[in-house]
Design a binder for this molecule. Structure first.
Ligand code: MD3
Ligand code: FE
Length: 198
């Protein structure tokens, strides 16, 4: 199992726009919200989720929960096309139970962090990028180590597993107007995970 695997252009233009249409419906049922850190700082990225569990953050901390933090409703189902990607690249036996949807508007970014709210790090994470190109940064498992910059463009899929599952990573910036996929511009990133205990 290799650490960071990038599949440039894994989704063609039709598959990308089909996903955006599915996400439009998901966002109606589960509106985007602006999480705050436990310290009360708002994220510049807006988020929602699909799947049994969704990632949320507020004054009480970071966690996965079964209900939308504002509506109180269960999250919508994960689109089949995403389940198929997970089965192909991550695990054909155990499906993902969480899909975090990150929306980057003008000026949004995501600081370097590790993803450690999941129950079992043996499962990888699969990411799908849609819309404007992101300048992604990935380092090692220690904060302050060497990092490298990778562009994530619309239709790219990346898989984080093995030694890189706990790597520090973030989004330095999004390049405005680099894609026409999303009306009004911006970038959507989807991350599929097995968040709960297996
Ligand atoms: C490297 N999202 O949601 S996706 C996140 O583009 C997150 O929105 C970014 O970091 C985004 O937590 C990056 C690529 C990614 C996802 C998970 C990882 C890289 C990762 C987990 C471990 C190491
Ligand atoms: Fe992350």
């Amino acid at each position: 199992m290799t650490g960071f695997q990038l599949l440039p252009g894994r989704l063609d233009r039709q598959a990308q726009s089909d996903l955006v249409a599915a996400l439009d419906k998901i966002i109606v049922a589960a509106p985007l919200f602006t999480p705050v850190t436990p310290g009360g700082q708002p994220f510049s990225v807006r988020m929602t989720n699909c799947g049994r569990l969704g990632w949320v953050s507020d004054r009480a901390g970071y966690r996965y929960q079964a209900h939308h933090p504002v509506t109180g409703l269960a999250w919508p189902a994960i689109p089949k096309a995403l389940l198929a990607l997970w089965a192909e690249y991550v695990d054909s036996q155990v499906p993902p139970d969480a899909c975090l949807i990150n929306l980057y508007g003008q000026g949004a970014r995501m600081g370097l962090h590790q993803d450690r709210d999941e129950a079992d790090f043996r499962f990888g994470v699969l990411s799908v990028s849609l819309g404007d190109t992101a300048v992604f940064r990935i380092g090692g498992t220690k904060r302050g180590g060497k990092t490298r910059s990778v562009r994530l463009s619309s239709g790219d899929v990346c898989i984080l597993a093995g030694e890189d599952r706990l790597a520090f990573h973030g989004i330095d910036r999004v390049i405005s107007d680099s894609s026409q996929l999303i009306s009004g511009g911006g970038r959507i990133n989807l991350t599929l995970r097995k968040a709960g205990a297996p």
